[in-house]
Every structure is written in structure tokens, then in C-alpha cells.
Unconditional design. Sequence first.
Length: 301
Amino acid sequence: MPSVRANHRHGADATSQIEDAPRRNVIWIDDGDPAELALARDRVAALPGCRLTAIARVCLPEGPLGRRGNSGPIVHPDVVILAADRPGRWTPAEALAVSLRWPLVPILAVSTSLADGRRRSGPPLPGVEEIPWHDAAGRLTRWFADRDAGLPGSLGQPCTARREERLLEAPSFMPGLRSSEPLPAVSVAARRLLDLEGISELLLAAGHPVARRTVGRPHLEDGAGCIVWDACRLDPDDLEWLRMLLANQPGTAVVVLESFPRGDSALAALRAGAAAVLSRPVGLEALGGTLASLAAAKAVA
């Protein structure tokens, strides 16, 4: 059997395969509908090729799964997501019960902002990688593309893998495994020069050329099809600027980076026209996956 690297060298391009990726079955388990989890769930459900089934919390140890607003049978999933509206929502015993129900299926946890600052190393559930709600869609996009290319990706590691091992296995950090096809140019705006340079370097590491760098708010006539705006904290004037920017440049995808994004602030940015809201500092996988999903959605539209 050829190696993973050999498969990639012979034309398996993770980024270019996002649009043509096979349908992914995602099971989302929760027992509530907080604003942040609803935003994350809707963004995951909107990913090209994704079929999301939202079901009620597992009635453990032997109870049935109750469906929430979906019809038809529950398909065998490619990934199971445990939605956590607060720390401690899921216990190791419950996570184990989910694993026994779907053996060998990767299990992830998506947490709300109530988990911010709660931990610094290691997942709260043994063997279950936890993702902040605002990173869920971007990281899943990257992982699905990795799997299509025959790569494990950071989320496809064994449950015993350490966080450092997951990071090092992410194709974004391996120059030999990056896309050989040119990616669209992205403009960057940030309040501080240091942040501007950092985001620009992150985009270059992901393979995106930087079309324009602006200290402050994005230029109203930037001309790029995609803008990453490190806004720190959006205020009413920033939201109005975002509306004017999109009125001048319809169809431009603006990814807003905000310090400690919350459901209400993210929803306000999305209603003003933002394509996505991520936290700052942003990770390479989350940012690259978000840009890839936006490009794929635009191509499908």
C-alpha cells in the first residue's frame, strides 16, 4: 500500500478536493440550544457535502437516542460531536457510552465561551478533542479535506495522541504536503502593526497570498474577494463600517477576528454581513479551513 505522503505527491490535493468531497454524515448531540452552539451547528450543517443529524442527549446507559427535528433513520456517522453548553456537561462514562454505540467513529466535543480559560493542556474528556464553538466549522472542513487526501489530519489521530502530536500531524504545518495549486489572495486589516504582520504570516503559511495590508479598518474599496479583519472587539462603529464595506463590495467574504467572541457579538457581526467570526489569536487550521469552506460555498453557489 502506498504511503500517505506518496498518495499526496501523486496528486491528492486536500484543498482542491473540498468541493468534490463525498458526503459527510455528522451526528450532533446536545440537550439544549444556546446561541453559540446553534451558530456552530448551523455553520457545520451548511458545509458543502455535510449532512448533519441533530439528536437529543444520549439517555445512558441503555436508553434510545431521541431525534431533534429530523426525519428518517440515523445514518452511520463519520464523526460524532458532543455539544457542551458548559464545563462538565459530559462525563467520561457518557463519552464512553457514545463510543461503544459507534465504535471507531471519531468523537469531538464543541464547547461554548463558558469554557474559555478553563484549561491549558489536555482535553477535559479522555480521548475526546475539544474545539471552541467558533472553530468547529473551519477545523472540520480542514479535517474532511485531509481524509479525502488519505491524511489523518489533527482530528484523525488516535484518542491517545497528545495535543502536540495532533498539531504536528496537521498538513498545514508540513510544507511537503501543502496544496500545489494557487489559493486566492486575501487582504488583511488589523488595529496594530504587530497583529497585521502575524496574520499575514499565518495566511502565507496556509498558502494564501496577501493582497493588501491595512492598519486599522479594512479599506472600503479593497477589491479583494476575501478580507481577514482583526477587529479585537467590534463596536457599533465597526459594525457600521462592515456594512458600508459590503455595500461597496458586494460578495466579499469578510472573516472577523474578535477577542473572546460571544454568541451575541458574533450574531451581530454576521447580521452586519460578516462571513465568519473567529477568535484571536486564531489557529492556522481554523483560519485555513474557514477560508476553504467559504471558497467552496461560493463555488457551489
